[in-house]
Ligand binder design. Structure first.
Ligand code: ZN
Length: 141
């Protein structure tokens, strides 16, 4: 049973791979938020052995689900209302990522044209490979 004490309304990201919470924190830009954010590292898990958990005060709009789905689609999102879990959501791999990854190909059009959004598409679901929309360069996590 997930302990949500101390969080009245918000979301809990559960089943984060142990050690990954800092990366997720940075990718989501959580340091920019004014609300309460708690990271729990190496929590015991019957399913995973060890896991990380992030608790965020506020609504689901605080986090980018596409970014989360890209980083780790095994994360469970628990939505908390009045200190109770009212909904659980699973993530899936996003088909497209906009301005999450940057293309590293020096000859890519996004290197010259700074105004272009960096768009990556899911090229292979099995290997979770993303490619640049413009030059098809493979993205690396
Ligand atoms: Zn590119």
């Amino acid at each position: 049973m997930l302990n949500v004490s101390g969080l009245k309304d918000g979301i809990v990201l559960d089943h984060i791979q142990a050690g990954m919470s800092t990366k997720i924190f940075n990718y989501l830009g959580l340091e920019k938020l004014d609300c309460q954010v708690a990271m729990i590292r190496n929590a015991r898990s019957s399913k995973m052995g060890r896991k990380d958990i992030i608790k965020i005060e506020g609504g689901l709009d605080m986090v980018d689900l596409d970014v989360l789905g890209y980083l780790d689609h095994n994360i469970t999102i628990n939505i908390i209302k009045d200190e109770k879990i009212v909904e659980k959501r699973c993530l899936k791999l996003p088909k497209r990522l906009t301005n999450v990854l940057k293309c590293k190909n020096p000859r890519c059009i996004t290197t010259d044209d700074k105004g272009l959004p960096h768009i990556f598409f899911l090229a292979n679901e099995e290997t979770q490979t993303y490619r640049c929309l413009y030059c098809e360069e493979t993205a690396s996590k």
